[in-house]
Design a protein. Structure first.
Length: 665
């Protein structure tokens, strides 16, 4: 008698199934409702197709739409494959490469046939309709195991040069799988996939845009077209996402930056920001705020050089790991003689600093440090440069020159947990002042790293203890671990902020590093009179001022809190008879420490109101002949429909209270 398989379910029950049974069979045995709702299966923790037979006794959890994160990844993976199938059906001769799921959708890189131009936005409606046709056809998605030789022969016979190249690099002893869509189209893929195309909602996806891409991400290779789409479980989710995108477009910091006259970017300085007076006022207020918080937290501010000898970066390990992202310069005057080498082969090399940490170690190493001096907290508003790819640059969010609210804490082993706990509480206070909620995540050791496993074990555990001690290692703070996502020298805690429309931004971080002090020979004299290595905590809260300002602009849709607004109030006249009173009111507001302008132009008041509303001025004080006679103002608060009439002194007090930085309130 054949022995039955024992399949353990999450509720603790066990189902006995015949050999060759699948998760779909278990779902059907439980009930028709579950059989219809099941999308995939988690077998012994591995996500698999519903129709893939069990190998042995197993623990089984069925994935349905209620398991939203896993379900979305599955459907987006399927949408990507259906996109590739649709493109090849419509445009024979198209070569396909790869197409993964993304955070909000999917994409596929394709090569247009030789007889046509690369795909464009004009092609998307037809591709969308073909995708819906494939979904409605409810084609079964079937997994097969192929040999490497089969794959190579398949792709070469069909002229799929990119797929053939990839297949030739696959290991011979690895299980290689393909997925059929019906009986007429396949792609190589690890899976898993849904049972059939009909499991997708044909109204829950939309193709969004096209962009150029290179085969394997190398600009030396063939250029491809990347077709992006967004995919969801149902139309309601899609519509909600499209609404969020519309709202995000309204909040785009680049658009608002122009309208509010905050900054601009131009070709002459790719990836660097030209700050205008109003934009730099926001910067200065943030910098003053952070400086007060760091002073109160026991940090000592320093300033370190922009350019350092390449040998310093070699010793720290950054030259080997980060060289391609560094701006380097020769340490000698270039030769200007005709026909001579521009730069000598023997020239020494310098580099613009991409981060501040090695320079902070050099400051720490000056003189002899005792254990009694620790912890030492060194802070810097440090300007850094990173040679980001041109195509990756994005307004204030991705730049080449940026300034960090950077600091490094040098401490003993026994002080690490307490210092990290204090930082958690400081970061919490800062983010609350800006109205952000957040999640904390622990990024653990990557595959390529420096340092011993014992040191990594210790550092990761210290961070866990510190977050727990701060009372934040729980669901309220979205506590999660991210395996393999730490820096090459240290694990790190990350703060992921949630903005007003639900987007998340990774901003703050603290890293527990034993590698850099060792590589750069930092030490202190311990209680025993011997030299010891300090632990170095790398930490930032804003991350970079550029990016944080971009996030703030989008979070507040340009309507910054009064304490951050470049212009906090404008006094605008209705008639020229009120000019003298407007000047007097403006002077009083300025004397109270407020940032105020006056608008005495001979324009209609509705025009002035609209203009200052677009500039996102928090308070508009309208004055006419009556207000001048009575010593009052008609106050319009940005975002409120009704205006209120109050005395000038009352207005100054109200604005002054709102304009007080939260740490001073």
């Amino acid at each position: 008698m054949t022995e039955l398989l024992k399949i353990s379910l999450p509720d603790g029950s066990v189902r006995e199934m015949a050999p060759g049974s699948t998760p779909a069979d278990v779902a059907a045995a439980i009930g028709p409702g579950l059989a219809k709702a099941a999308l995939a299966a988690k077998v012994n923790g591995e996500v698999r197709d519903l129709c893939r037979p069990f190998d042995s006794d197993a623990e089984l959890a069925l994935i349905t739409a209620r398991d939203e994160a896993e379900a979305l990844e599955l459907v987006r993976h399927d949408y990507a494959h259906i996109l590739a199938e649709a493109v090849q059906a419509l445009y024979p001769g198209t070569q396909i490469t790869f197409g993964p799921a993304t955070d909000d959708g999917f994409y596929y890189d394709v090569k247009a046939p030789e007889n046509r131009e690369p795909f464009s936005m004009d092609d998307l409606p037809a591709i969308e309709e073909k995708m819906r046709e494939i979904i409605r056809a409810d084609k079964p998605l079937r997994r097969e195991v192929w040999s490497r030789e089969q794959l190579i022969a398949k792709w070469e016979s069909e002229g799929e040069t990119f797929k053939a190249e990839w297949a030739k690099e696959l290991p011979e002893n690895e299980e290689l799988t393909v997925y059929w869509s019906g009986d007429d189209w396949l792609d190589m893929c690890r899976g898993p996939h849904l049972e059939s195309t009909g499991k997708l909602d044909p109204q829950a996806f939309k193709l969004m845009r096209v962009a150029g891409a290179y085969w394997r991400g190398d600009q030396k290779n063939a250029q491809l077209t990347r077709i992006y789409g967004t995919g969801w479980l149902n139309k309601k989710q899609l519509n909600a996402h499209l609404t969020r995108l519309e709202e995000a477009a309204k909040r785009d910091h680049r658009k608002l930056g122009r309208e509010m006259d905050l900054f601009h970017l131009q070709e002459e300085a790719h990836g660097s920001v030209f700050w205008h007076p109003k934009g730099y006022r926001i910067w200065r207020e943030l910098e003053a705020y952070m400086r007060r918080r760091m002073d109160a937290g026991g940090y000592r501010e320093i300033k370190t050089p922009q350019v350092m000898d390449a040998r310093q970066w070699e010793q720290s390990g950054h030259w080997g790991k980060y060289r391609e992202n560094m701006f380097v310069i020769p340490d000698e005057v270039p030769n200007t003689e005709e026909g001579a080498e521009l730069i000598s082969k023997d020239a020494d090399w310098m580099a613009l600093k991409p981060m501040n940490c090695p320079a902070h170690v050099l400051v720490f190493k000056q003189g002899i440090t005792s254990y009694r001096d620790l912890p030492i907290r060194l802070g810097e508003m440090g300007c850094c440069h990173r040679n980001e790819p041109h195509g990756a640059l994005h307004g204030l969010m991705r730049v080449r020159q940026f300034t960090q609210d950077d600091a490094h804490i040098f401490c003993t082993e026994s002080q690490v947990v307490e210092e990290v706990r204090k930082f958690c509480e400081l970061a919490d206070s800062v983010y609350q002042h800006f109205g952000f909620t957040y999640e904390i995540k622990l990024a653990t050791r990557p595959e390529q790293r420096y340092g011993s496993d014992a040191d990594w074990d210790k550092a990761e555990q210290e961070l866990r203890y510190a977050v727990a001690k701060a009372g934040m290692a729980n669901d309220e703070f979205g506590w999660e671990e991210l395996p393999g996502e730490g820096a090459f020298y240290a694990p790190k805690l990350e703060w992921h902020l949630t903005d007003a429309i639900g987007r998340t931004w990774q901003v703050g971080t603290i890293q527990s590093d034993r590698v850099l002090p060792e590589r750069l020979d930092a030490s202190y004299v311990g209680e025993d009179g011997e030299k010891h290595r300090p632990v170095m905590l790398h930490r930032a809260i804003f991350g970079s001022y550029e990016r944080f300002i971009g996030i703030l602009i989008e979070h507040f849709a340009g309507r910054l809190p009064a304490w951050l607004a470049p212009v906090q109030a404008v006094v605008a006249t209705i008639v020229s008879d009120a000019d003298d009173y407007a000047k007097e009111a403006t002077a009083k507001l300025a004397a109270a420490g407020l940032r105020v302008d006056s608008d005495l132009r001979n324009e209609k008041i509705n025009y002035k109101v609209r203009e200052h509303s677009l500039a996102k001025v928090p308070y508009l004080l309208v004055v006419g002949k009556r207000e001048a006679e009575e010593g009052t103002v008609a106050m319009r608060i940005l975002g409120e429909k009704e205006q209120r009439v109050l005395s000038l002194d009352e207005a100054i007090a109200l604005i002054g209270e709102a304009a007080t930085p939260p740490d001073l309130a």
